[in-house]
Design a protein around this ligand. Structure first.
Ligand SMILES: *[C@@H]1O[C@H](CO)[C@@H](O)[C@H](O)[C@H]1NC(C)=O
Length: 167
């Protein structure tokens, strides 16, 4: 009976935890925040962005803003109308779809001269990746394999810890 309960608890944990544990909030630029003369390409390079993760653009209100742009806009620093800017100084963007995303600051020459722009590649959410091998057409990307094995390691670790506590 106790083991049945344990199983139920673990099952719930395995379903619920990935959604919570793997939704990451990224402060763009970390302690530097959203500013000029910061290497956002280097900042983004080793990070794994997934659907459901959040980007937080932090800056002094009025000093900068945030525009979502396309690849051309990113490359050439084309600033959309100011009415479309996020400008709260603490702009949170939830990554809703996979694919490449581009952001820039539309204030003054911050993009052209200050390099204040960010390009990221967003991967599918963990649950989708995890379920992908069964019914969905298998994605051959290596990211899928990494994500799956990482998830499995996580679950095995979780069960091991749970067993250690209970036994
Ligand atoms: C990219 O954005 C620019 C400027 O906002 C726009 O003129 C252009 O049509 C867009 N390109 C694509 C491929 O959507």
């Amino acid at each position: 009976m106790a083991s049945m309960n344990l199983f139920a608890v673990l099952a719930i944990i395995c379903i619920v935890i990935p959604r919570v544990a793997f939704a990451t909030e990224y402060i763009v630029g970390d302690d530097s925040g959203w500013t000029i003369k910061f290497d956002y390409a280097a900042w983004a390079k080793d990070k794994e962005f997934r659907v459901g993760d959040k980007l937080v653009f932090a800056y002094p209100v009025g000093g900068h803003n945030v525009h979502k742009v396309n690849a051309t806009g990113f490359k050439e620093c084309i600033v959309p109308p100011e009415s479309e800017a996020l400008s709260s100084g603490n702009d949170v963007i939830t990554l809703a779809t996979p694919g490449n995303k581009w952001y820039l600051c539309g204030v003054g020459q911050h993009c052209t001269d200050g390099g204040q722009k960010l390009s990221i590649a967003v991967l599918p959410a963990f649950e989708e990746t995890w379920q992908a091998p069964s019914p969905a057409p298998a994605s051959p990307s290596s990211a899928t394999g990494i994500a799956t094995s990482r998830y499995q390691i996580f679950i095995v670790a979780l069960i091991t810890i749970a067993m250690a506590i209970i036994v």
